[in-house]
Design a protein around this ligand. Structure first.
Ligand code: NAP
Ligand code: G4F
Length: 338
């Protein structure tokens, strides 16, 4: 049985990846941060007491800022594959906390890479780094491919570039099987509620049921290449199954403005977004990434991976899931009133 260690397992991608690996028969270990409230809601359907059933998911306290704990975990677990998905992943927030973002999102990767060396796993383990299309920033080529030069536009993107190049460097310096997935935006019902797509689908469904009046957003003109997170995690796994490590763009090769995402969401609910959407400058970034569109031909040719869910289907999946949540919320508030 293969053993995988996942950082960021409590996040959107981590939870889908854990499901995917468990389905493949892996023993899955995840690193979770200690928090004052529960932060495993995306995993609760998977996580059961290992003493009373045969679940192969194990959670360990740790932090990407804590090198000693990472080394200890790697010694103890001796994983076959490590997926580094942990990050302060919010671009807007990275302008408020640039140093912290650099420490966790950037230096966090080198802490794991050094832990791999320290635990003597260089010739045993395969490493996946969650790189980002944000690294293309002020894009130098359309569409963006693996060879497109980077031009990061946020502390987050700078931190991701550091982690990305360290991954390349450990591959070249030590022969580590280390691959980077340069993933374009991917969304789902498990997307954090402060990212724009989920903020929109959550608000629109609540507005439809009379639970919310307004949705306040920032820049509606930026364009993103939005895919479905559940199918992007398979690409991560495929990268680690190759004989040679490499870097791959994972994208849909289609781009849409935030405004188009709004229109599509509200029209699914027979609403006109113009009646409900307001603007607040606080949601704008000091430097914006105007256009992202990726060409994932290399992934298709070498990994046999290509996206299946299109833009409209993605919106529909998210609206349906958030409508269920809004209905539950409404039923609860009506029960409390009666
Ligand atoms: P997410 O939902 O924000 O999840 C981030 C994960 O990182 C959470 O599990 C979080 O734990 C964990 N984390 C945060 N700080 C940490 C720390 N100091 N130590 C250990 N873990 C920490 O992000 P996602 O959308 O799943 O994305 C997964 C990865 O892919 C991230 O690295 C992200 O930057 C990158 N990425 C995402 C996209 C996208 O469109 N989703 C595109 C390209 C790249 P808590 O639950 O405790 O907060
Ligand atoms: O949903 P977003 O915050 O995602 P962003 O900045 O593209 O970053 C996401 O994708 C990256 C991959 O390219 C990941 F690496 C990163 O971790 C993250 O998952 O914003 C998308 C667009 C931006 O142009 C933003 O300015 O939506 C615009 N926007 C407009 N109003 C807003 C809002 N974004 C947010 N979060 N909140 C708003 O109210």
């Amino acid at each position: 049985m293969k053993k995988a260690l996942v950082t960021g397992i409590t996040g959107q991608d981590g939870s889908y990846l854990a499901e995917f690996l468990l389905d493949k028969g892996y023993e899955v270990h995840g690193i979770v941060r200690r928090a004052s409230s529960f932060n495993t809601s995306r995993l609760d359907h998977l996580y059961k007491d290992p003493l009373v059933d045969d679940t192969k998911l194990f959670l360990h306290y740790g932090d990407l800022a804590d090198a000693v704990q990472l080394v200890k975990l790697l010694y103890k677990l001796q994983p076959d594959e490590i997926y580094n998905l942990g990050a302060q992943s919010h671009v807007r927030v990275s302008f408020d906390i640039p140093e912290y973002t650099g420490d966790v999102t950037g230096v966090g990767a080198v802490r794991i890479l050094e832990a791999i060396r320290e635990a003597g796993l260089v010739n045993k383990v395969r490493y996946y780094q969650a790189s980002s299309s944000e690294m293309y920033g002020k894009v130098q080529e359309v569409p963006q491919v693996e060879t497109t030069p980077f031009w990061p536009r946020s502390p987050y993107a700078c931190a991701k570039m550091y982690a990305h190049w360290l991954t390349v460097n450990y591959r070249e310096s030590y022969g580590l099987h280390a691959s980077s997935g340069i993933l374009f935006n991917h969304e789902s019902p498990r997307r954090g509620e402060t990212f724009v797509t989920r903020k929109i689908t959550r608000a629109a469904t609540r507005i439809k049921l009379g639970l919310q009046k307004k949705l306040i957003l920032g820049n509606l003109d930026s364009k993103r290449d939005w895919g479905y997170a559940k199918e992007y995690v398979e690409a991560m796994w495929l990268m680690l199954q190759q004989d040679e490590p490499d870097d791959y763009v994972i994208a849909t090769n289609e781009t849409h403005t935030v405004r188009e995402f709004l229109e599509e969401t509200f029209s699914c609910l027979d609403l006109d977004y113009n009646e409900f959407v307001g603007f607040d400058q606080k949601y704008e970034r000091p430097a914006e990434v105007d256009l992202l569109i990726g060409d994932a031909s290399k992934a298709e040719n070498k990994l046999g991976w290509k996206p299946k869910v299109n833009f409209k289907e993605l919106v529909s999946i998210m609206v349906d899931a958030d409508m269920k949540l809004a209905l539950q919320e409404k039923a609860l508030s009506e029960a409390n009133l009666s």
